[in-house]
Write a protein that binds this ligand. Structure first.
Ligand code: ZN
Ligand code: ZN
Length: 356
């Protein structure tokens, strides 16, 4: 029992250490609250109107930022649903058969009824050895969490959590509100920062808080704006960070825009259909995280055909080893209607199989 005991102690220590970046951010935020509210607004601002406006606006940014940060940290990442896990019998079979072709054959049989359209670079079914499951599209195994995470974006040490399907919207809002928080703090602190250098401030400890507050806010604004800009670009293209580094592979090969549905639909995939919730850290992303609509509308020959599946790939059937490259959204009359766009896996299945 000794090795497993020391192993669990090590894991517990690691778990504690992983919270250090979150603690670091929290301490900076708490200090910035004290520096802004007490030292800048209450101690240093002379004009009562300016004081009230700054305090009110500051608290709006502060609450939205803290709310989004909290939700990003404490929203559990979603794992693949039960049907993607191998049954007990399949697990046993998996262990018995040789790696390679016979294992792939078994996996192909298991994946036959699952909505998986992505493959490994070599065209094999994506399988997680560790979790013993067929990986849903856009799902990846996180080595830190030691779990498969749906639509994994990246593991973020600053929130000590995996950013994925369940909290990607919260992560974006966290970036947006922390950027606004820093920009607002820097902008309203600027005139007092200038006074600091021109000896216009009384000689109290407030002047040092005012100086460091400006430096910290300006520094974080620069790094946050580049990160936020990058994620806005990713959302517009409907790509995760992992997919930006390595394009997802489909039956016809890798396609970095395989999940892109056009700017407006890409935005709605993350933020949902109801605009009133877009700026609130409440879950409104579309879909179930296990399957995603794609602009690729041809039939995957390995997937079961729907009764209405009547596109070219179906006609070609298995005689065609390499299905023709699928239609892009702009080429496909099937996808022109906004209403017909699926939000659920069932709908997606229909679209992929070419149902009008
Ligand atoms: Zn896994
Ligand atoms: Zn993780």
């Amino acid at each position: 029992m000794a090795p497993s005991g020391s192993g669990s102690v090590k894991r517990s220590c690691q778990r504690v250490l992983y919270w250090i970046p979150v603690l670091f951010i929290s301490i900076i935020v708490c200090w910035s609250y004290y520096a802004y509210v007490i030292q800048l607004c209450i101690e240093s601002m002379g004009n009562i109107g300016e004081k009230v406006v700054c305090l009110l606006a500051y608290h709006v940014f502060f609450i939205m930022f803290a709310w989004a940060y909290w939700k990003t940290i404490f929203t559990k990442p979603m794992n693949p649903s039960k049907e993607f896990h191998l049954s007990y019998a399949d697990k046993e079979l998996m262990e018995r058969v040789d790696r390679g072709e016979s294992q792939q054959e078994l996996l192909r049989r298991i994946a036959k009824d699952l909505p998986v359209y992505t493959r490994t670079m070599s065209g094999a079914i994506r399988y997680c050895d560790r979790c013993q499951l067929v990986k849903p599209d856009r799902c990846h195994h996180c080595s830190v969490c030691d779990k498969c995470i749906l639509k994994m974006d990246h593991h973020c040490p600053w929130v000590n959590n995996c950013v994925g399907f369940s909290n990607y919207k919260f992560f974006l809002l966290f970036l947006a509100y922390s950027l606004l928080y820093c920009l607002f703090t820097a902008a309203t602190d600027l005139q007092y920062f200038i006074k600091f250098w021109t000896n216009g401030l009384p000689d109290t400890q407030a002047k040092f808080h005012i100086m460091f507050l400006f430096f910290a806010a300006a520094m974080f604004s620069v790094s946050l704006s580049s990160l936020f800009g990058y994620h806005c670009w990713l959302v517009s293209k409907n790509r995760s960070t992992l997919e930006a580094f390595r394009a997802p592979a489909f039956r016809h090969g890798a396609d970095k825009s395989g999940f892109s549905l056009g700017f407006s639909k890409n935005l709605r995939q993350v933020f949902g259909d109801e605009k009133k919730y877009w700026f609130l850290p409440v879950f409104t992303s579309l879909g179930d995280g296990c399957s995603f609509p794609t602009c690729l509308v041809n039939q995957d020959p390995e997937q079961p055909p729907t009764p209405a599946g009547n596109n070219s790939a179906v006609k070609n059937g298995d005689n065609h080893p390499f299905p023709a490259k699928p239609l892009r959204e702009s080429q496909s009359h099937l996808l022109n209607s906004e209403k017909s766009w699926p939000e659920h896996d069932v709908g997606e299945d229909k679209e992929k199989h070419g149902m009008p």
